[in-house]
Design a protein around this ligand. Structure first.
Ligand code: COA
Length: 135
């Protein structure tokens, strides 16, 4: 996970971050592997019914633009529905155009904005949510 993390994020999580996270029963890490290619994607999320929060979603730089992020989000949504969860949510940097386009394409909606939330790089945080069923 850490290898993918440092390849894909400027503020990567440390080994301690991952160990602390894995000690919590609500967290899950998924690594997407392709035969002959190895690790190509990662997804980290926290499931606290009735919500699931996406904490990390990334695709290896050489494997982007091939639908792998959509594939992982579709699998996640399927799992969340099987677990009877009501919504998926996440926070995304306002300057992260690829991620914002991905989430909007996948049916997420922006419900709020935290001004100047991020420092490196500076920017706002957008809170996005996808309802899986009407509450
Ligand atoms: C965001 C990220 C996960 C997308 O992964 P991906 O596998 O390339 O995405 P997909 O191929 O599934 O693309 C699905 C949609 O996302 C959007 N998208 C993906 N890359 C894009 C880009 N560079 N520019 C604009 N839109 C983009 C498009 O809407 C695309 O649909 P389309 O192909 O029909 O145009 C990837 O760029 C990444 O790992 N970025 C670094 C980590 C990160 O920022 N994660 C998000 C944190 S919240």
């Amino acid at each position: 996970m850490m290898e993918m993390d440092s390849l894909c994020f400027s503020g990567s999580w440390s080994e301690q971050d991952y160990q602390e996270m894995q000690a919590q029963p609500t967290y899950r890490n998924w690594l997407l592997k392709l035969p002959g290619a190895g690790q190509v994607g990662m997804l980290v999320f926290q499931s606290v019914p009735p919500e699931l929060q996406i904490l990390r979603l990334a695709v290896h730089p050489e494997w982007r633009g091939k639908g792998l992020a959509v594939f992982m989000l579709d699998k996640l949504e399927m799992q969340a529905k099987m677990d009877n969860l009501e919504s998926l949510w996440l926070e995304v940097h306002s300057a992260n155009k690829p991620a914002r386009a991905l989430y909007f394409k996948e049916g997420f909606q922006q419900i709020s904005c935290r001004k100047n939330y991020y420092q490196r790089p500076p920017g706002d945080s957008f809170l996005l949510i996808k309802l899986l069923k009407q509450c």
